[in-house]
Design a protein. Structure first.
Length: 84
């Protein structure tokens, strides 16, 4: 949704708009749908690959940091029925 919001609202209002319904470029659901159809499938999802790469790297760093912090503090939880 946050990938389509800047396309429907424009970059200036995308930072303040919280939903597609608050957009100023396309008033109403039908006009927004027409605008998305004019972009086409490729245009609507342009920028998805970099966003997925950024998100996966950030998530990987977060999980690695969490695991390292658990090991450093010695609070590693044990699974039930398993002796680790």
């Amino acid at each position: 949704a946050d990938l389509l919001l800047p396309r429907l609202c424009g970059s200036a209002t995308a930072s303040t708009a919280t939903s597609v319904a608050e957009c100023v470029i396309a008033d109403g659901v039908l006009e927004q749908a027409r605008y998305l159809m004019s972009l086409g499938l490729r245009g609507a999802y342009a920028g998805l690959a970099p966003r997925l790469a950024m998100t996966s790297v950030m998530t990987s760093i977060q999980f690695s940091l969490y695991e390292w912090l658990q090991m450093s503090l010695g609070v590693r939880p044990q699974a039930e029925g398993r002796n680790v």
